[in-house]
Design a protein around this ligand. Structure first.
Ligand SMILES: [Zn+2]
Length: 173
């Protein structure tokens, strides 16, 4: 089996994103099509926003690599890390720390992958709007949640996970 086949097997829900069936007609890279510009104002039940800061918000990744995979995003549609001002940089770091604390508290994660893909060439799916990944890791990783049938149950799982993290999120942080 090639590595792509393995990824498809273990993260079938990512295929909706990779195959582009969720892609808006105007593309992800314009502010109107950009999911990170739209997420904070999405008041629907399907909204996966976990916490809102002043300049930065935290949203559950709709196409997670692991349960609880969070994205720490600026409200501003800006691509490059060097374009952040001091306050944005500080809040991005602060909410990343809070995200780690909250995930540890609710799930006992053993470790994390944290970082930003800068540019499409570096693997950024939505390169025009900077977002920091916070991916919880567990030894073995696949024990945390049953993988079979995930495609069907994922929307509910995502909403439940969002509620869990949101409730554990400290006030004013
Ligand atoms: Zn955007």
């Amino acid at each position: 089996m090639d590595s792509d086949g393995l990824e498809r097997l273990w993260t079938p829900y990512r295929m909706a994103y990779i195959s582009g069936q969720d892609r808006p007609p105007e593309g992800y890279d314009t502010p109107t099509g950009c999911p990170f510009c739209r997420a904070p104002s999405d008041g629907s039940e399907a909204s996966l926003v976990v916490a809102r800061g002043e300049r930065v918000f935290v949203v559950l990744n709709r196409y997670p690599y692991n349960p609880g995979h969070l994205l720490v995003c600026l409200y501003r549609h800006v691509a490059d890390y060097t374009d952040l001002d001091e306050a944005e940089t500080a809040e991005l770091a602060h909410l990343t720390q809070t995200a780690m604390r909250v995930i540890r508290e609710v799930s006992g994660a053993h470790g994390f992958n944290i970082g930003m893909n800068q540019g499409a060439v570096a693997g950024a799916g939505i390169a025009s709007h900077l977002h920091q990944h916070v991916v919880p890791r567990w030894g073995g990783d696949t024990n945390f949640m049953p993988v079979i049938g995930l495609t069907k149950v994922l929307p509910q799982v995502l909403r439940d996970t969002r509620d869990l993290l949101s409730k554990a999120w400290p006030n004013g942080a």
